[in-house]
Design a protein around this ligand. Structure first.
Ligand code: PLP
Length: 388
C-alpha cells in the first residue's frame, strides 16, 4: 500500500482508465441535481439542443437526424441494425473484436440474414477482400463496421470501407461508440445510413442514452422493419418530430447532463480539441509504458487514441490481480483484456483525464511493479507490433 493519497476525480472517485463508464466532470454530475418533467418545456429545449448538436458534430446537418435510444450503447446498436436492415435484407458484419461479434448476434436474434468477415483482433479488414465479398454476394444489402473496436483499441479504416460499400451500392451502418466526439467522422465525406454512439464515451456524459445518427432518406424507408417496440428508430423519430417528446420515459437527468457535457466538449474545441487531448494522453501512456518494458498489441498506425492494449508481462512475479489492486489502491482503475490473440490488459485514455493523470498512472505502475519485484513489463518476444 502506498502512503500517498490516492489519485481522484474532482469528486473524489478513483479515475476510470477503462472503456466506459468513464470519469466525468463535477459540473456534468452537478447538472443532474434537478428533477425535470418529461413534458417540461425547459427539458424539451435541452433535449432538442442535444440532438441537434450531435448532428452538427457528425457534419450531418440537413442530411441526417439524431434519434435517441434510452439505454446503453448496445441498445442503440440493436435499434440501428433491426430498424435499418429489412426482413428481406442481408447484413455483412466486419468483425475484429467483441463488438462485431455482438452485432452478428443481434442480427441473428432478429432473424436477419447475416454473414461475417472476421479478421484477428489486431488486423483490420482487407479492403480488396471486402469489395470481392460484396461483388460475390449480391444479397448483401447492409454492411456493419466498428470505427474503433474497443476490444483491442484498433482503428478500422472507416473512410475506405465507406467508399467500397457505397461503390457496391450497399448501405453502411457504423458503430462509432468509442470514437464519436473525439475522432472525426464527417458525414459529408464518409457516406453512411446510420451511425450509433452513446452519451458516456468520448462525449463525457453519464451513461444511459444511446443515439443513432440516421440518414433522413434511409430512415424514411424503415417503417415496420423493427422487431421490437422500444427499439424502433422510425417510430421514435416520428414521435419526436411530431410531439417533441420521447415515446417512453426519457432519462431526463442523463440528457441534461449530456447537454452540459456537450457545452464542455465545445469549450474544449469540439472534436479536434477532444481528440488532441486523448492523443496526448495516449502518447504519454504508451511512451511511459514502453520505457518500463511493456509492449502494445498494436503498431502505432493501427492504434486509436482511445484505449491501449498491452501484452501481459512474462515475469512470473507479475500477477495481474495484484497489479490491478495495487493500481486501484492508488486511485487508477484499469481493465482486463478480452482478446483471443494474446494475454493482455487495457488502459483507457478517454473521459475526464489529462496527461498529468496519465503521468500519475505511470508512476503508480512503477510503484506496483517495484512492490511485486517485477523489473520489466516485457512480454515474451512477439512477431508483430511492439515497440515501434
Ligand atoms: C462501449 C461500446 C459499445 C456499447 O457498449 P454498452 O456497454 O452497451 O454501452 C458498443 N460498441 C463499442 C465499439 C463500444 O466501445
Amino acid at each position: 500500500m502506498t502512503t500517498k493519497k490516492p489519485a481522484a476525480s474532482e469528486t473524489g472517485d478513483p479515475l476510470l482508465l477503462t472503456p466506459g463508464p468513464l470519469t466525468t466532470s463535477a459540473s456534468v454530475k452537478q447538472a443532474m441535481v434537478h428533477d425535470w418533467g418529461s413534458r417540461d418545456a425547459g427539458f424539451l429545449a435541452i433535449s432538442k439542443l442535444v440532438l441537434d448538436k450531435i448532428v452538427e458534430l457528425a457534419g450531418a446537418q440537413g442530411t441526417h437526424v439524431t434519434v435517441p435510444v434510452q439505454g446503453s450503447g448496445t441498445f442503440a446498436v440493436e435499434a440501428m441494425i433491426t430498424s435499418f436492415v429489412p426482413r428481406t435484407g442481408k447484413l455483412l458484419v466486419l468483425s475484429n473484436g467483441a463488438y462485431g461479434q455482438r452485432a452478428k448476434k443481434i442480427a441473428e436474434i432478429a432473424d436477419r440474414a447475416v454473414t461475417t468477415y472476421e479478421t484477428p483482433e489486431d488486423t483490420p479488414p482487407d479492403l480488396a477482400k471486402l469489395e470481392k465479398l460484396l461483388i460475390d454476394d449480391q444479397a448483401i444489402s447492409h454492411v456493419f463496421a466498428v470505427h474503433c473496436e474497443t476490444t483491442s483499441g484498433i482503428l478500422n479504416p472507416i473512410a475506405e470501407i465507406a467508399e467500397i460499400v457505397a461503390k457496391q451500392s450497399c448501405r453502411l451502418l457504423i458503430d462509432s461508440m468509442s470514437a464519436f466526439g473525439a475522432l472525426e467522422i464527417d458525414a459529408r465525406k464518409i457516406r453512411y445510413d446510420a451511425l450509433a454512439a452513446s452519451s458516456n464515451k468520448c462525449l463525457q456524459g453519464v451513461p444511459g442514452l444511446g443515439f443513432v445518427v440516421c440518414r433522413n432518406t434511409a430512415l424514411a424507408t424503415c417503417k415496420g422493419n423493427a422487431t421490437t417496440l422500444v427499439l424502433d428508430l422510425f417510430d421514435q423519430a416520428e414521435a419526436l418530430a411530431r410531439t417533441g417528446q420521447y415515446r417512453f420515459t426519457p432519462p431526463t437527468h442523463v440528457i441534461v447532463a449530456l447537454g452540459k457535457a456537450l457545452e464542455e466538449h465545445a469549450a474544449e474545441g469540439g472534436v479536434a480539441g477532444r481528440g488532441k487531448r486523448y492523443r496526448d494522453n495516449a502518447k504519454v501512456l504508451i511512451d511511459g509504458m514502453r520505457a518500463m518494458g511493456f509492449q502494445t498489441l498494436l503498431p502505432s498506425e493501427l492504434q486509436a487514441p482511445i484505449i491501449v492494449t498491452f501484452h501481459m508481462p512474462t515475469d512470473p512475479r507479475f500477477v495481474f490481480q495484484r497489479f490491478y489492486d495495487g493500481l486501484k489502491d492508488r486511485g487508477y482503475v484499469i481493465y482486463p483484456g478480452k482478446l483471443t490473440v494474446a494475454d493482455s490488459f487495457r488502459i483507457g485514455c478517454i473521459g475526464r483525464l489529462y496527461p498529468e493523470h496519465m503521468k500519475g498512472a505511470l508512476a503508480a505502475v512503477r510503484e506496483v511493479l517495484d512492490e511485486l519485484q517485477v523489473s520489466s513489463g516485457r512480454p515474451q518476444a512477439h512477431s508483430r507490433a511492439g515497440e515501434g
